[in-house]
Design a protein around this ligand. Structure first.
Ligand code: PLP
Length: 373
């Protein structure tokens, strides 16, 4: 089935009791035992499993072409579960521009438990140099945040495979509508479902999807159900509801991103636009090979430096100045100030999550903001 059909039907079933077309929300934390002490429905206690979470995990797994998914209460909880499932002392390789929340998590919570290096994983030589006998995992994130760098997934997988190293891909920016890392050989996909899956900036969630069942996956399941960083039945319901429109929303976001980046690229106040969909992007060819759409996140820098960047951001009327991404409303942020003092992000850079407003209105707003002095 195609992704639009999967998004609507996978995991959902007509309720056998009420015949409701949409699966009801089951708030119960506990489930009745039968006379023999067993559980007829398979559900015992909602930390371990809940019907709405099962529905969500079913659709997530199918969207990413995986065999199973585990849903979490946030993207960071999903990432943490991967790290917690590794043997202490394992060495992991991460991109030097890894999502700052997970980079900070590793440094603050896994120091002394795991070994980690933050490197340019796109440089084959650098990557090979950093692989050690205890390297167990390579983490990739493509397109990356906020410079929209592209990692060649197949290439990293081929290097990792030879040495029995797992590859996890943070696919939050691309979504399975634009990129399916498991079909390119990755072992696990990670998502912050807070972003495009939720799509309306009103819930937090995370997910891991596995290409195959394994001992490592069993450990991740244990971290999920014993650790307990699970989404509520309400959050699972809202997510499955939003996922039904994910393919069409993402197509709309991508179209708007293409049109807006083309506008910005030819504007005299703009220094550079970072978007994998532009032929000027240094890894545009890799993006074309491994993505079926270029996503809807982009950044741009201003010739007038930080002062101009702040002027633009404060002059916009439709765009809201806020962090996060993937919602129907357009957001813009001065990324360097979000990332804190050790940031490598240029101070004249603005990061945009383009929404689903009409592109003519968005371009008109951007045009007036760029003209502000
Ligand atoms: C937001 C985000 C995360 C973290 O997810 P939360 O839901 O905020 O915990 C991880 N990776 C990327 C690329 C993100 O954008």
């Amino acid at each position: 089935m195609k992704i639009e059909t999967i998004a609507i039907h996978a995991g959902n079933h007509v309720d056998p009791v009420s015949k409701s077309v949409i699966q009801p929300i089951v708030m119960s934390t506990t489930f009745e035992r039968n006379a023999e002490g067993g559980y007829d429905s398979g559900y015992i206690y909602s930390r371990s499993a809940n019907p709405n979470r099962t529905a969500l995990e079913t659709v997530l797994a199918q969207l990413e072409n995986g065999v199973e998914a585990a849903a979490f209460s946030s993207g960071n909880a999903a990432g943490m579960s991967v790290f917690q499932a590794l043997e202490p002392g394992t060495h992991i390789i991460c991109p030097d521009d890894m999502y700052h929340g997970l980079r900070n998590q590793l440094k603050a919570l896994f120091n002394g438990i795991l070994e980690f290096d933050f490197i340019d994983v796109n440089d084959e030589q650098v990557l090979n140099q950093h692989i050690k006998s205890n390297t167990g995992l390579i983490w990739i994130e493509t397109p990356s945040n906020p410079l929209l760098k592209i990692t060649d997934i197949k290439k990293v997988v081929s290097i990792a495979r030879e040495k029995n190293i797992k590859v996890v891909c943070d696919n939050t920016f691309a979504t399975p509508v634009c990129q399916q890392p498991l079909t390119l050989g990755a072992d696990l996909v990670m998502h912050s479902t807070t972003k495009y899956f939720g799509g309306h900036s009103d819930l937090m969630g995370g997910a891991l999807i596995t290409a195959e069942k394994s001992e490592f996956w069993d450990k991740i399941r244990n971290v999920q159900t014993m650790g307990g960083a699970i989404p509520s039945p309400m959050d699972c319901y809202y997510l499955t509801r939003s996922i039904k429109t994910l393919p069409y929303r993402v197509k709309g976001h991508v179209n708007n991103a293409l049109l807006m980046t083309n506008f910005l690229a030819s504007h005299p106040e703009v220094e550079a636009v970072m978007y994998p969909g532009l032929s000027s992007h240094p890894q545009h060819d890799i993006a074309r090979q491994q993505m079926s759409g270029f996503g809807a996140m982009f950044s741009f820098t201003l010739k007038g430096g930080e002062a101009k960047a702040r002027k633009v951001i404060n002059s916009l009327e439709i765009f809201t100045q806020a962090t996060s991404l993937g919602g129907v409303e357009s957001l813009i942020e001065h990324r360097a100030s979000v990332e804190g003092p050790d940031t490598k992000t240029p101070f004249n850079l603005l990061r945009v999550s383009i929404g689903l407003e009409h592109i003519d209105d968005l371009i008109a707003d951007m045009e007036q903001a760029l003209a502000a002095v």
